[in-house]
Design a protein around this ligand. Structure first.
Ligand code: PEP
Ligand code: MG
Length: 756
């Protein structure tokens, strides 16, 4: 064999290691690499193409082709054999290149005489970022071993591209390499605000310092040991109770399956045999697997990608001994966290003052971490496809949580415009802050009670910051979601007590557990249901499993010792459900009294109005309850039969449509006639236009996210309520089958100088 004389792949890798250690420029290093490969493989040509920001492949180095073509010759995406490799992310090994249907001839390179062609993709996290090619004029087939060696070299080059080393070499017209290009991505807006900063990966990618091994036998041993440890750790997790938050049994079962997967293990061993260290082998196999799975259209197979990523990641950590996630407290300034998924407790561990934003690949607007991001006021965008594989640690990045946009490695003009947006926002916040001490009274003297929604202890300081009148909705399930295990009665009592304490004297309305539907507790067995939103949730679980609800009632009552306990029940559908729950509260109160525990001075038990059935039994409901609170999110969902979390339909109907408004008007009127307090605590209460409509319909109490208090108060201060009531009443009367009153109300607000 020809290559025998030159030492074969193993010698190539040894020489490659030497070249990587030499203190030379990036271009020189690339030039030496191509010379080395060509000599070692007895190829006349060896070339490196790098994918540019404009989507073309640029010749970065060559041995054998015309050197003057370097940084000038480009291939369009999909053009020629090089383009084909980039497109498919698969190696190509052919002895008669010129007759291949995709062959494309570039005269400036002088490549017309070459017949044999071997090309491999340069991959980074499964994305093609370049192509490495060797060519010969004689017809030959390159051996498996040679292909392996070329792929290994491609990995080394991938590191150079990812490290930004090649950026200065690019043709100035190209906009740089594709891997480092600016990207604008969109996702789902989760938490408002604009954040500018630098990428911090929640699960830092392991930086492999040593890619090429001295002793393959030793690498084999290291791999075996790490695999054994990995398999053992998964077995322990599955068999024990040690499931951490987010570590669901099914996922671990999948891990176990992969960890024993023969094909995967064989590919790892082959990669080591080709000269890589054990960790480089894991990365190489993972990148190949990603490349294949990324091109799959079958959602099930694509889903497996994450399982493989997780497994490879665990193995890498096992091999390097590095910590799995970023150590708490090690956050740099202006950090924008990027994560595939993240538990709510993990987010709470980061230092808030250094955090400028959060970007999630998977989490949607209703994920638990989203709730925490909003509570902390961290601008956040979710469902940003592929983000974790498109950024590198430290990359400049911008997150716009209001629009749902993410700008990766932004150009300076883009950055300047977002910085301006952030400044504008800060200025507006200052204006709202100036309203802080002004009472929320309309121009014609009607006082409006503006309360705040909360769900965590970290929300509570905002109560006095925005100066809300109280907590109109405390979603207790959020406390449960971030807890590692089900909080027992004593722990619950301590939590509620802490919340009341931080509220000072202001009232707090605790809503009992609203779990089920999309709100799953990580430590509770998940019940598979066809329609979870219509299923076993909220008060239904509470009544069917009274121990849980009883413990919660008792904890709240004890925590409220000496004051008025305000409790409300979610998803009540009949008066009877309310009565059953009320009887439980009374029993608990009696129990406390009997056993000498100090109890609340008074108890106000309310029902949330979220299920349309209650609309048609309002008289009885109002007679039974102490107060009602309209959960407009769910009421809208059930009134229109439109899933609030399904983006395809959730925006289909406007909340300001006549059906919803008439239902709301009716509730307000009847509550007032019955002399029972009524609040709106769904999201619409926090949107100024909608809040204006609610005031016009007769509501005087609204509860909203803390960030909404300022804007809604500004609306209240500018409104003449008598006039607005008349105007909006007329609009509703005149609306003959119209879809929404939004534009009319907005026009009214504008004409009357009401800021909405
Ligand atoms: C609602 O449904 O409007 C509500 C306030 O409750 P949640 O959003 O928690 O379901
Ligand atoms: Mg609800």
């Amino acid at each position: 064999m020809m290559r025998g004389a030159l030492g074969g792949p193993r010698v190539l890798l040894r020489r490659l290691r030497e070249v990587m250690a030499e203190p030379v420029s990036a271009q020189e290093r690339l030039d030496r690499i191509v010379v080395l490969i060509a000599a070692n493989m007895v190829a006349e040509v060896c070339s490196v193409y790098v994918l540019r920001a404009d989507g073309t492949l640029e010749l970065y180095a060559t041995e054998g082709l015309n050197r003057a073509a370097v940084h000038l010759t480009t291939m369009r995406a999909g053009e020629g054999l090089v383009g084909l490799i980039a497109e498919t992310a698969e190696a190509l090994n052919i002895s008669d290149a010129q007759t291949h249907p995709r062959y494309s001839y570039k005269p400036e390179t002088g490549e017309e005489i070459y017949n044999s062609f071997l090309g491999v993709p340069i991959l980074r996290a499964g994305n093609t970022i370049g192509v490495l090619v060797v060519q010969n004029s004689a017809r030959r087939t390159y051996s498996e071993e040679e292909m392996e060696a070329l792929q290994t070299t491609a990995m080394v080059i991938a590191e150079m591209v990812a490290g930004g080393e090649l950026e200065a070499l690019a043709n100035p017209a190209s906009g740089g390499t594709a891997l480092r290009r600016p990207l604008m991505l969109t996702g789902v807006p989760i938490a408002e605000g604009v954040g500018l900063g630098h990428v911090v990966l929640h699960e830092p990618r392991i930086v492999i310092k040593n890619m090429l091994a001295d002793d393959p036998a030793q690498e084999d041993r290291r791999l075996e040991e790490a695999l054994l440890a990995l398999q053992a750790s998964i077995d322990v997790l599955i068999s024990g109770d040690g499931l951490g938050p987010g570590e669901h049994r099914e996922i671990l079962e999948t891990f176990r399956m992969f960890a024993h997967d023969r094909g995967w293990l064989r590919r790892l061993r082959e990669a080591i045999a080709s000269g890589l260290t054990a960790e480089a082998a894991v990365e190489r196999v993972q990148s190949d697997t990603r490349a294949k799975l990324l091109r799959q259209t079958d959602p099930y197979l694509r889903e497996r990608l994450h399982d493989f990523d997780d497994l490879a990641n665990r193995l890498l950590h096992q091999l390097t001994g590095e910590a799995f996630t970023l150590a708490a407290g090690s956050l740099p300034e202006n950090a924008i966290l990027v994560a595939r998924a993240m538990g709510p407790a993990a987010l709470l561990e980061y230092e808030r003052s250094r955090l400028r934003g959060l970007i999630l690949e998977e989490g949607g607007a209703t994920s638990h971490v989203a709730v925490v991001a909003r509570a902390l006021g961290v601008p956040c965008v979710g469902e940003v496809q592929g983000i974790t594989s498109l950024v590198e640690q430290g990359d400049a990045i911008i997150v716009d949580g209001s629009a749902g946009d993410v700008q990766v490695r932004p150009q300076s003009t883009v950055e300047a415009s977002y910085a301006e947006k952030a400044r504008m926002r800060a200025r507006r916040q200052e204006q709202y802050l100036a309203l802080r001490d002004q009472p929320a009274v309309t121009r014609d003297g009607v006082a409006i009670d503006l309360q705040m929604n909360a769900g965590l202890l970290v929300d509570m300081p905002q109560l006095s910051e925005v100066n809300a009148a109280g907590i109109g909705l405390f979603r207790t399930e959020i406390l449960f979601m971030v807890a590692p295990s089900m909080p027992r009665a004593e722990a619950q009592e301590a939590l509620y007590r802490a919340i009341l304490q931080s509220a000072g004297g202001r009232p707090v309305t605790f809503r009992t557990l609203d779990i089920g539907g999309d709100k799953i507790l990580p430590y509770m067995r998940k019940v598979e249901e066809e329609n979870p939103a219509l299923g076993w949730r909220a008060i239904r679980i509470g009544l069917d499993r009274p121990a849980l609800l009883k413990a919660q009632f008792r904890a709240i009552l004890k925590a409220c010792a000496g004051r008025t306990a305000r409790i409300m029940l979610p998803m009540v559908a009949t008066v009877d459900e309310y009565r059953q729950a009320k009887a439980m509260v009374e029993r608990e109160r009696a129990y406390l009294a009997k056993h000498g525990h100090p109890g609340p001075r008074d108890v106000k038990l309310g029902a949330m109005l979220e299920v349309p059935a209650l609309l048609f039994d309002l008289e009885a409901v109002l007679k039974a309850v102490d107060f009602i609170s309209v959960g407009s999110n769910d009421l809208m969902q059930f009134l229109f039969a439109v899933d609030r979390d399904n983006r395809r339909v959730s925006g289909r109907f406007d909340t300001l449509n006549p059906a919803m408004l008439r239902a709301l008007a009716n509730i307000a009127r009847m509550a007032s006639e019955a002399g029972k307090p009524v609040t709106v605590c769904g999201e619409m209460a926090g949107r100024p236009i909608e809040a204006l409509a609610l005031l016009a319909l007769g509501y005087r109490q609204l509860s909203m996210s803390p960030a909404a208090i300022g804007p809604v108060k500004a609306m209240v201060l500018g409104t003449d309520l008598g006039a607005a009531r008349a105007a909006i009443g007329t609009m509703l009367g005149d609306c003959d089958g119209c879809a929404s009153l939004r534009s009319k109300i907005a026009a009214y607000a504008e004409a009357n100088n009401i800021t909405v």
